[in-house]
Design a protein around this ligand. Structure first.
Ligand code: 9WN
Length: 442
């Protein structure tokens, strides 16, 4: 994977290049998720990108989150894509048929992504407060103004997606997990049989020329079938349980929500909404318990559940470490920490860098070059590492930081990396990869 400008000289150059990637992907209204493959704003990408941007400019970081919030639906949902005017991505806004359901003037998809936003907003505000001056004033004002909107987002997740009190978020599409084709979803997707599907032409495989790094055509037909089912039901939350062929309790999104509720409670307390904090802490507890309840006593990994069959989902993926994000149970945290150091994860001696892959590297059906079926995702490593650190694990944080920076020094800012060779895969100059490089360096 020859890089004309590589290898990078030092961390200073890595930072310069990361800033240049974010600047190049900035349309003025949004930093697109990637230059060609994803020329729009993605919900959870925007949160990580905002954190990275805040190391450069707090106002620019806040503008990113404000743009995302501008697309919030009346229900409280924050859509997974906010479209720019750029052509080229499929499925585009027309395929989603969200006009009339999304707010007037907003072009968006009709599903959501993991709720990491409040966690990253807290980080941005704390960074700005530490800097003081104008940055602090702007960030604190933004928090004061936007806390009610984030509460509506979390409230929607809790009522529309976890109204059963399980403390676990239901997703109706693998895209909602952010880990589209993870082996987590092989069982549920095997039961999705596309019916009378509108014809479609993919654009992703024109950009990522090696199609084997992307999901297959068969998988895409299923993805589009679910979009069609939801669009036919006008994305009506009350109707989705009756019509969608894919319904999974997503343990990773639930852990993200548990910790984001905690972060939102802190923001609410500090920035003018203290009365909301107790309710947010209750929500945090509900989802924390939900996540803990999924742990397989034998393997020690957390599990998703297929709502339609009632079955637990077993493949060993990075989502199995959801409790590292959310749990308050010290024994569980210790067990999972030991597991992630072990030979199925960061302790696999074949790895180019000791970082957790999206799927255990000893999994029988590992595909080390294919998307969420094996590659290492820099953004995941940073998110998990900050969760570890928040619970006092400075050691693993430092080790993962060192390994992540070493991985990123090859200079492409890949979307994902081959675990054994370190080859950058998928899209290059991916915004959230550049953003986490800046976070690691800060
Ligand atoms: C579908 C933008 C997004 C990420 C997801 C990642 C990928 C989209 C796609 O790209 O998903 O939402 O077209 O493959 O899986 O996590 O948010 O970077």
């Amino acid at each position: 994977w020859p890089n004309p400008d590589a290898p990078l000289k030092d961390h200073a150059e890595l930072g310069d290049r990361a800033r240049a990637v974010l600047a190049a992907n900035d349309t003025g209204a949004m930093v697109t998720a990637a230059p060609n493959l994803y020329p729009h704003m993605w919900s959870w990408d925007a949160a990580f990108v905002a954190a990275g941007l805040s190391t450069i400019s707090v106002p620019r970081a806040l503008a990113e989150l404000a743009h995302l919030l501008g697309a919030q639906w009346e229900s409280g949902m924050i859509p997974h894509i906010v479209f720019s005017e750029a052509p080229g991505y499929f499925p585009g806004v027309d395929r989603w048929r969200t006009e009339g359901v999304s707010p007037p003037g907003v072009k968006s998809s009709g599903i959501c992504q993991p709720p990491v936003h409040a966690t990253l907003l807290r980080r941005i505000v704390e960074r700005a407060t530490a800097r003081g001056g104008e940055a602090a004033r702007l960030a604190e004002d933004f928090a004061r103004q936007s806390v009610p909107q984030w509460i509506r987002w979390h409230g929607w997740l809790r009522s529309a997606r976890a109204g059963d009190g399980s403390g676990l978020v239901t997703i109706y599409h693998g895209w909602e997990s952010g880990m589209d084709n993870s082996p987590r979803f092989d069982g549920p997707y095997s039961r999705v049989q596309p019916g009378d599907l509108e014809p479609f032409v993919r654009t992703d495989t024109r950009i990522v020329e090696d199609a084997s790094q992307r999901p297959s055509d068969e998988e895409y037909a299923r993805y589009l079938w679910l979009v069609q089912q939801m669009a036919d039901a006008a994305f009506d939350d009350a109707r989705l349980p009756g019509v969608v062929d894919f319904q999974v309790k997503d343990v990773f999104a639930s852990a993200a929500l548990a910790t984001a509720n905690e972060d939102l409670a802190v923001l609410a307390e500090r920035h003018g909404h203290a009365g909301e904090a107790p309710r947010l802490r209750e929500w945090a507890e509900e989802f924390r318990e939900g996540v803990d309840s999924t742990v397989d006593p034998e393997t020690g990994l957390a599990r998703d559940r297929d709502v339609l069959t009632g079955e637990w989902i077993d493949p060993p993926t990075i989502a199995g470490f959801a409790p590292l994000i959310s749990t308050a149970d010290r024994a569980l945290r210790e067990r999972q920490s030991a597991l992630i150091d072990g030979p199925d994860w960061t302790g696999d001696p074949r790895l180019a860098f000791p970082l957790p892959a999206s799927t255990s590297t000893t999994y029988g059906d590992l595909r080390p070059r294919q998307y969420w079926r094996g590659p290492v995702w820099p953004v995941m490593n940073w998110y998990l590492a900050t969760a570890l650190r928040r619970h006092g694990d400075e050691g693993r944080y430092a080790a993962w930081r060192q390994a992540s920076l070493a991985q990123l020094m090859e200079g492409h800012f890949g979307e994902y990396y081959e675990p054994f060779t370190g080859e950058p895969l998928g899209s290059w100059n991916q915004s959230w990869t550049a953003a986490v490089a800046l976070e690691w360096l800060d």
